[in-house]
Design a binder for this molecule. Structure first.
Ligand code: MRU
Length: 358
């Protein structure tokens, strides 16, 4: 299966199919889920991860719950769906796409408007499946806008995995790189390891190498020195949430990459769909930052690498202040500072377009 055909999150005949990312890069395993509770667990343990992929998986989880409750009376169906939404929303706190995906499906699965719980369940499935198709189209649009920012011969630094594996397909930051390569530009990618879970080493390096894109692995602490030596021309990363003022919440270490870019006069780009923008958060400091188990730091692939008994801090995300962001690549174009008005206008324009289409 080529990466173009690969779907990180998929739906077939009432079954959710997810690439199990905890098994990569060693084996490509697609797991099937028939129960929303199992989908919630897959999100929690990061079999599926990356903001848009989490949002799509959670939307399909709500669809599974709706099918499970399709024979219930309307009020019991509603209570059942609300419980499923609560369980799915409790899995990871930072990526806003999770809540966005759940809310979109719950909002349309109205048994009174649809005439029955069965009608609402069908509507839920259709909405969740639509989210999958939209995600791919949105990523391709971001790719088209973002590719213009990459020059022939550039080496691009990326952090974590904002690729096909973090979305339904194609990717956000890696979608920009894919689009630039498709235009015939010679692009080299430096993928940093992304301690502690190593998404850069395990996932980004895997998916780019598989596509024949020129990728080189570096440790997280090498980027500033490579910039100083002139070996990097820009950075492109993804986001888990973008606040109303343009602050970017993304994988821990993103802030350091942005600071290093600023110190070396290099552009720092963030590729994120509008579903990642949260206008209810006035700044990144309001966004809940997930704290994950210390074992992610103390162990690598189950093997202890630190002295026992030493406490560990493991925040999974950080906040990059908007003033360090050179451009925000979205599906409606590249937004520039001041991000407050640019984001408000882009989101309002998008809502108007959706209302006209409805
Ligand atoms: O903890 P993860 O692996 O889910 O974190 C993923 C990231 O931080 C990505 O950069 C972000 O979700 C954007 S993915 C297009």
């Amino acid at each position: 299966m080529s990466t173009a055909e690969m779907r990180t999150v998929d739906w077939a005949d009432g079954v959710v199919r997810l690439i199990d990312q905890t098994r990569l890069p060693h084996e490509l395993v697609i797991k099937e889920y028939r129960d929303y509770r199992a989908v919630a667990e897959a999100i929690r343990v990061m079999e599926v991860r990356g903001a848009p992929a989490i949002g799509a998986a959670a939307a399909l989880g709500v669809a599974l719950a709706a099918l499970e409750g399709a024979a219930l009376p309307p009020d019991e169906f509603r209570a059942h769906l609300n419980e499923a939404a609560r369980v799915l929303a409790g899995t990871r706190p930072t990526a806003v796409n999770l809540f966005w995906g759940i809310d979109r499906v719950v909002a349309v699965a109205d048994p009174w408007r649809e005439g029955s719980a069965a009608g609402a369940a069908n509507r839920a499935v259709a909405e969740a499946v639509a989210i999958l198709a939209e995600d791919v189209a949105v990523n391709q649009a971001m790719g088209r806008f973002g590719a213009a920012l990459i020059n022939d011969g550039d080496t691009v630094l990326t952090h974590c995995n904002a690729g096909a594996l973090a979305t339904v397909a194609f990717g956000t930051a890696l979608g920009v790189i894919r689009a630039a390569v498709a235009q015939g530009k010679r692009v080299r990618v430096f993928a940093d390891e992304t301690r502690p879970r190593l998404q850069g080493m395990k996932l980004t390096a895997w998916e780019l190498a598989r596509d024949g894109i020129d990728v080189t692995l570096i440790a997280d602490n090498m980027a500033p020195s490579l910039m100083r030596r002139g070996l990097i021309q820009c950075a492109v990363v993804g986001a888990d949430r973008v606040a109303a003022n343009g602050d970017v919440v993304n994988k821990i270490g993103t802030y350091g990459v942005a600071l290093a870019c600023r110190a070396h006069g290099l552009p720092f780009y963030v590729a994120a769909p509008l579903s990642t923008v949260d206008l209810t958060m006035s700044s990144g400091d309001q966004v809940p930052i997930e704290e994950r188990a210390g074992e992610e730091m103390t162990h690598i692939d189950g093997i202890r690498v630190s002295p026992a008994g030493v406490p560990v801090l493991n925040p999974a995300f950080d906040v990059t202040p908007a003033e360090l962001v050179t451009g925000l690549i979205t599906e409606v174009g590249v937004l520039r500072a001041p991000y407050g008005p640019a984001l408000a206008e882009a989101v309002a324009r998008q809502s108007r377009r959706e209302e006209q289409q409805a």
